[in-house]
Design a protein around this ligand. Structure first.
Ligand code: ACO
Length: 333
């Protein structure tokens, strides 16, 4: 009989979708009291993508998912589970994942969303890891997809400059082999005491959608930027360090660090604390801004397709987001 501990959760394919429309810092200068210089210097962001009117988290997720399936060489009928990590779902319910399942025609799968905002993708990976390693499923699509442009207040310069839209997907496959491969570990945390740091405070189940909350713009992202910044640096550093220690890895053994693209200064501060060289840190924040739950899989897809990730490499992921939530993962390719 097969021993369960030889089941590995391996990345078999990746995909990403970014909407065509580009909104530059210069464009924002026309409608906001801000400047390209301020945004670039404080965040590293130069432009972001904005979904077209007929696009949503589900349509973008389906496109990214389809590419991941193609890259992994399996058809939709072989998918056992679709997990969509999103904080900007199409509707309150049904889940965005059910729309994605329909679009992909992956009718043999279970499909559901998870909500951990910018940390969502690593939380989703940790679920997939369990199902694959315990032998329950064979093929799982984990997709991060966000249409942040619809949940930000375009008159609030402290938040709207930060976010962008997009989707990324990983197809994870169960393989059996002795040597460790694929997701080596995931480490996820939440602290609800910090729920006020970043939120969309308008009550849906709490108060019902109401005109006062609409007038007060409570259905848009609110963030204490400065406080979040400090917490983000500490939590991301600590949880990446934990992942390295758990796997007995030195910083030198990590080929690529793929951090959540929230702010270039947060990423630089984390790398500095880890004594990790910036040349080995994946960055695309200048092109897409903060795509929340989509940022990690978009980064992995770009790194993979551009050859920055090679077989045998070790990559480390690090995230922090609203909740507060934070996490890390180690992948051996
Ligand atoms: N253009 C020009 N000036 C601005 C802008 C802007 N777009 N936004 C804010 N300012 C001004 C402020 O009003 C303030 O002016 P004042 O000194 O006259 O009051 C000044 O710039 C400094 O503001 P700070 O908020 O202190 O600026 P800071 O350097 O902290 O940068 C930022 C703000 C970019 C938001 C930063 O705090 C940040 O990145 N925070 C973390 C964001 C994050 O990581 N979020 C986590 C994930 S998000 C999620 O989970 C959904």
């Amino acid at each position: 009989m097969t021993s369960q501990n030889t089941f590995r959760a391996v990345v078999a394919g990746t995909g990403a979708y970014l909407p065509e429309k580009i909104l530059t810092n210069k464009d924002l200068e026309k409608t906001l009291d801000t400047s390209d210089a301020w945004i670039t210097e404080r965040t590293g962001i130069r432009e972001r993508r904005i979904a077209a009117d007929d696009e949503s988290a589900s349509t973008m997720a389906a496109k990214a998912g389809k590419l991941a399936l193609e890259a992994g060489g399996i058809g939709p009928e072989d998918v056992d589970l679709i997990i969509v990590c999103t904080s900007s779902p199409d509707v309150l319910f049904p889940s965005t994942a059910c729309f994605v399942q329909n679009e992909l025609q992956a009718f043999g799968s279970a499909a559901y969303d998870i909500s951990a905002v910018c940390s969502g993708f690593v939380f989703g990976l940790s679920i997939a890891e369990q199902y694959l390693k315990n032998g329950r499923y064979k093929n799982i699509l984990v997709i991060g997809s966000e249409v942040n442009s619809r949940i930000i207040d375009w008159t609030d310069r402290s938040t709207c400059i930060l976010f962008g839209d997009g989707a990324g997907a990983l197809l994870l496959k169960r393989v059996e082999q002795e040597k460790p491969l694929g997701i080596l570990s995931t480490h996820i945390y939440s602290d609800g005491r910090l729920s006020d740091l970043i939120s969309v405070p308008g009550g849906i189940g709490r108060t019902g959608i109401n005109k006062q909350d609409v007038d007060d713009k409570k259905y848009f992202i609110k963030m204490s930027g400065n406080a979040t910044f400090k917490v983000a640096v500490k939590r991301m550093t600590d949880v990446i360090r934990e992942a390295l220690e758990f796997n007995g890895l030195s910083v030198e053994e990590v080929g690529l660090l793929v951090p959540h693209q929230a702010n270039q200064r947060i990423i630089s501060a984390v790398a500095e604390r880890l004594n990790y060289p910036m040349e080995k840190v994946f960055m695309n924040i200048h092109k897409y801004g903060n795509t929340s739950g989509a940022s990690i899989p978009i980064g992995i897809d770009e790194a993979k397709r551009s050859g920055r990730i090679q077989p045998g490499d070790i990559s480390v992921l690090g995230v922090v987001g609203a909740g507060l939530t934070w996490g890390s993962a180690v992948i051996k390719w």
